[in-house]
Design a protein around this ligand. Structure first.
Ligand code: GRG
Length: 301
């Protein structure tokens, strides 16, 4: 007989394999577009959105829905919506005016392939479409409105965009852990956190389950960023599908720069342990979310 730990891992591996494929298919269907979408714009959107990616945010939506006893299929539109917002943010982040990166998801970044103007428009289109998908495909309408409101807040001036603004301003700044955490709670954490919250809402989470999912999302959000900083320092460009070593080059404020590599690793592991502990007390079927949190610290891409 399988031990519970192996069974949980098996469940997670099968869930990810099956749902990554369904997410990829759903994203491809939703970006086929009619003749009013210019071919070049369609190509640019699909070049970035359908490139090989981990699909972490969609998986968080689907696993959170399942953890609350909901059918992940009902949450698939929300999984697509968060991936659309995430991909828009990557396209815009890669622009010369921002992080200026020519490689993303193992492909030339959107502007490197299609030019800056088309890349800006591809990001704009994805951001708008995310809300169209939620508004038209999530039911009932009150739930759709709540999901739109939450995603807008996570993507807006006080979260994703605000965090990005402060991150851009923080180059060569004096190392300060509180300031660094404040940037990444908004720039990276908010999108991971809203992913579990949307899944929870669609899965019918109780208020205490939603509170547990929120705290889980906040913990893994920070852990994810710490690991991202470590991978920028130590990862391989081939595995990552993006340039590495850029943080140091650009004088970015990062966790390894502020705390050191070993302390950063320890902090990421502590955050994942805290995320697991939160789930234990929240009355959720949380095996998948626990495995995903562990994957976040173990990942090499
Ligand atoms: C332009 C509004 C705006 C925001 C940009 C996404 C972002 C904010 C910056 C990207 C740079 C960066 C290293 C962000 C932190 C972590 C992050 C979002 C990494 C990329 O996400 P993954 O690893 O990538 O989930 P895939 O390609 O697998 O989806």
């Amino acid at each position: 007989m399988q031990s519970p730990a192996v069974a949980d891992q098996d469940f997670f591996v099968r869930f990810c394999a099956e749902w990554r494929q369904r997410v990829d298919q759903a994203l491809a269907q939703r970006t086929a577009y009619g003749p009013d979408c210019p071919d070049r714009l369609r190509e640019a959107i699909r070049h970035s959105l359908l490139a090989p990616a981990k699909r972490l945010r969609p998986l968080l939506v689907l696993l959170a829905c399942q953890a609350c006893g909901g059918d992940p299929q009902r949450a698939l539109p929300a999984a697509c919506a968060v991936e659309m917002v995430h991909t828009y943010s990557l396209i815009h982040d890669d622009l010369p005016a921002m992080d200026d990166d020519d490689l993303r998801r193992g492909r030339p970044s959107c502007h490197a392939q299609f030019g800056e103007a088309t890349a800006i428009l591809a990001g704009d289109a994805l951001l708008a479409q995310a809300f169209e998908v939620l508004a038209t495909e999530i039911a009932p309408p009150e739930l759709a409105a709540a999901c739109c409101g939450e995603l807008a807040q996570a993507a807006g001036a006080c979260n994703l965009v605000g965090g990005q603004q402060d991150d851009l301003a923080a180059q060569f700044a004096t190392p300060d852990l509180a300031a660094l955490e404040r940037i990444h709670r908004r720039k990276t954490g908010a999108m991971l956190c809203v992913s579990v919250r949307l899944g929870g809402r669609i899965g019918g989470a109780t208020p205490s389950q939603l509170a547990g999912l929120t705290s889980y999302g906040q913990h893994i959000g920070l852990a994810f960023q710490i690991v991202d900083d470590l991978l920028d320092l130590e990862g391989q460009v081939e595995a990552m599908g993006k340039r590495v070593g850029k943080d140091a080059q650009k004088g970015k404020l990062t966790f390894p720069a502020v705390m050191g590599v070993e302390a950063s690793r320890r902090r990421a592991s502590e955050l994942v342990a805290a995320a697991e502990a939160v789930l234990e007390g929240a009355g959720l079927d949380s095996a998948g979310l626990v495995q995903l949190a562990r994957f976040i610290v173990k990942r090499s891409t």
